[in-house]
Design a binder for this molecule. Structure first.
Ligand SMILES: [Zn+2]
Length: 314
């Protein structure tokens, strides 16, 4: 099965681990807010993070191992029947130290509940802010292949948290909105510029290159289409005008004779009859000396007026 563009981005991000503790903590906080559930046993707290991406599960595991001395394990849950994907759980069973860890990175309050308020102190450094956004994408983000239309989204269970993320993203000059879908709040990005900025922000540089390649290709295609349409439209206009001019000339020839016109008009009339598909500019270049487009237009207008006079009389 071909891997989706979203999984390509996730895999790329899962492979990179920031060197700095501050960033590792920020990324973990985002992942826990997106994917975490608490468990409590014997007055101790445990934590389970669930993801469908194996590389993401390994990254979460690694981030915990690098930072905390807690018993942590990965459990694979095979989904039967209609589901194609396994799911992976990073489990920290209820034990001493989990509560302190969660409080230290700001995701647990004194009531042993998840705290969804963004901690702007923690996110004040740019490195940490980027890591937090990366964790958010890894936890609950998705992106379309650019061939399928520009779309990047982050899903949140809670409206309050979605609103906070929205303003956080907007502080990076990103344009995004929230919609409500299947009991979730979805923050979505629609413009290719914003999606490119987002990918750059979270450090998905390989994915960004690929995205930009498609974007450039698409722009070239659109450009060519636009130009072809434009040329076709101009050609249509030229032909329609030319047919009217030939009508005029034939009418004059049949009723009063073309030689009743001044020499300069006879000359352009003959050229028009022999070259019905040329533009005015091209007709002018056939004259000796050449005449400008507006000059040619002026002469043809006088022919049209002469023809109109004949039509009025008849
Ligand atoms: Zn940092």
């Amino acid at each position: 099965m071909a891997i989706s563009f979203a999984d390509e981005v996730r895999n790329e991000l899962a492979r990179m681990t920031s060197e700095r503790r501050c960033c590792q903590h920020a990324e973990l906080a985002a992942l826990i807010r997106c994917n975490g559930t608490l468990s409590i046993a014997q007055r101790q707290i445990g934590l389970i993070l669930t993801t469908e991406n194996a590389a993401v599960a390994r990254k979460i595991f690694k981030l915990f191992k690098l930072n905390y001395d807690l018993f942590t394990e990965i459990v694979v849950r095979q989904k039967m029947r209609f589901h194609r994907h396994n799911s992976y759980q990073v489990k920290i069973p209820p034990q001493k130290g989990t509560r302190e860890m969660l409080i230290s990175i700001g995701v647990l309050n004194e009531l042993y509940q998840f705290n969804y308020r963004l901690d702007y102190d923690m996110l004040s450094k740019e490195c940490c802010a980027r890591s937090y956004i990366r964790g958010t994408f890894l936890g609950s983000g998705s992106i379309n292949h650019p061939d399928r239309g520009y779309h990047l989204e982050i899903t949140c269970d809670r409206e309050e948290y979605a609103q906070q993320l929205l303003s956080f993203f907007q502080s990076f000059q990103l344009n995004c909105n929230i919609m409500y879908r299947k009991h979730s709040y979805v923050i979505y990005f629609k413009s290719s510029e914003d999606i490119a900025t987002f990918l750059n922000l979270i450090g998905a540089h390989t994915a960004l290159l690929k995205f930009e390649d498609y974007r450039v290709m698409k722009n070239i295609k659109n450009d060519v289409n636009r130009r072809v349409n434009c040329e076709t439209a101009n050609l249509d206009k030229t032909i329609t005008a030319s047919m009217q001019q030939i009508d005029d000339i034939e009418l004059i020839t049949a009723s009063r004779g073309i030689d009743t016109l001044p020499k300069s008009l006879q000359e352009i009339a003959q050229l028009r009859i022999s070259h019905p598909d040329l533009s005015l500019k091209e007709l002018g270049q056939l004259l000796n000396p050449p005449l400008s487009k507006s000059g040619v237009n002026g002469r043809l207008r006088r022919i049209a007026q002469a023809a109109d006079k004949i039509r009025l009389k008849s």
